[in-house]
Design a protein around this ligand. Structure first.
Ligand SMILES: [Zn+2]
Length: 426
């Protein structure tokens, strides 16, 4: 396969140039101008389009096993490929929980037949109860890429500290959902003017900040690679900034919804704007963007959280938290970070490719000779409107928005994982 005339943007090397890419046996063999095609070569004409490393999402929920009416490994993989993702990391809050080698192996075996790479995190605690540590060493040996009890926080600092020590010993990241439930009356909605208008108490920023402060300190002491997941408050961003300067090996994820929306979205989109941690104030949103711009936040992750229409059709207090994100993530980044000038395209892509790859020790996220041909081809200027999804669920507040940046083709290991219907080939 040869991809011709694309604008290759590789954030790992910091380079951008127009060239052809020759792919053989799933590997990038040559990057040069005017590579001539063999007679039976598949040629993809990418003139005017950007080619980036296949995107990597470190935070998705494919709901499989246990909640396959919301998403399956297969539909999740289709949604990911359409969004330009070639690698995703699934969270462990399935049913059963991914807290043992057999559950992990079942997922990884089934994931192997999908067209993208599905990595699986193990849970930190058995049954997500925060009491008994899982056998992290055995799960890592069986293929777990990291550990997290995402969905709920780890309440005991001493327990988490022990888990961080184990993660540091095993050289795997440990990722944390930071919301202390003792502060929260109704989750998914920021405690503030909007929750007051709705007549509920909501989830105050201190619920997140108090755990972020504690866990930044634990990260500093333990030396583990600690990921603050879906960071949402200005003070949380500042805490990560300070503790990174002190030497903690901290990382932070921002979601597209937290850099795009504020709590006001709840009034417009109802349960489609309900997520944990919640959308907060404009000052918080701006702080997340500043954190992305100055490198405090090194990863953009979707927290792709499918729920059925029936579930999201319940009342604001009864509906589950979370929205899908894989199919709109790149476009939201281009529309709300790159076009307004907060990040360059290279900076955006860095947080969606090489940064997550390096954190998880994955040999992907770069466009270079000898690397796996994991690529996304997209038009950064094309306007489009999401109206339907390949995800099994469609719980997104961004349906009907006009966005910039359309994925044309996703290639994983040299094979086509997604082709947009508008992408006609010569
Ligand atoms: Zn979470």
């Amino acid at each position: 396969m040869i991809i011709k005339n694309g604008f290759i943007t590789d954030p790992a090397s910091g380079t951008s140039r127009c060239a052809d890419i020759l792919i053989r046996d799933g590997i990038i063999r040559e990057i040069a101008e005017n590579i001539s095609a063999a007679p039976d070569e598949t040629v993809i004409e990418a003139g005017g389009l950007t080619i980036a490393p296949g995107l990597i999402d470190t935070h998705v929920h494919f709901r499989d096993p246990g909640f396959t009416y919301k998403e399956t490994l297969h539909t999740g993989a289709l949604a990911a490929a359409r969004g330009g993702f070639t690698t995703v990391v699934c969270m462990a809050n399935t049913s059963p929980v991914v807290d043992s080698v057999p559950v992990l192996q079942d997922i990884l075996t089934r994931a192997g037949s999908e067209k993208i790479r599905i990595c699986q995190a193990g849970s930190v605690s058995k049954g997500l109860k925060g009491e008994e540590l899982t056998d992290m060493e055995a799960m890592k040996a069986a293929g777990a890429c990291g550990f997290t009890d995402d969905g709920i926080p780890l309440r005991s600092a001493a327990f988490l500290y022990h888990a961080m020590e184990e993660a540091a010993r095993l050289h795997v990241p440990i990722s944390l959902h930071e919301e202390d439930p003792s502060f929260i009356k109704n989750n998914g909605i920021n405690h503030g003017p909007v929750s007051e208008k709705l007549g509920i108490y909501g989830s105050p920023a201190i619920a997140e900040e108090s755990l972020v402060a504690r866990d930044c300190l634990l990260a500093l002491h333990s030396g583990a690679d600690v990921v603050i997941q879906h960071i949402s408050s200005a003070r949380s961003v500042e805490l990560v900034r300070i503790f990174k300067e002190m030497g903690a090996k901290l990382h932070a994820e921002a979601t597209p919804h937290h850099f795009t929306l504020t709590e006001d979205a709840v009034l417009e989109y109802g349960t489609l704007a309900k997520m944990n941690p919640p959308l907060r104030t404009e000052a918080d949103r701006q702080a997340v963007i500043r954190g992305l711009a100055d490198g405090t936040i090194d990863i953009i992750a979707t927290d792709h959280a499918p729920h059925s229409a029936e579930e999201k059709g319940r009342s604001i207090t009864a509906a589950p938290s979370g929205i899908i994100g894989l199919e709109t993530s790149l476009a939201l980044g281009i529309t709300f970070l790159v076009r307004p000038g907060h990040l360059t395209m290279q900076e955006l892509l860095k947080k969606m490719t090489v940064n997550p790859a390096r954190l998880y020790g994955l040999p992907f996220g770069e466009i270079a000779e000898g690397r796996s041909a994991d690529l996304v081809i997209f038009d950064p200027e094309e306007k489009w409107t999401p109206t339907e999804y390949l995800s099994l669920s469609s719980n997104s507040p961004f349906t009907g928005w006009e966005l910039y940046g359309k994925v044309k083709m996703t290639i994983c290991g040299g094979k086509t994982a997604y082709t947009d219907h508008s992408f006609s080939q010569i």
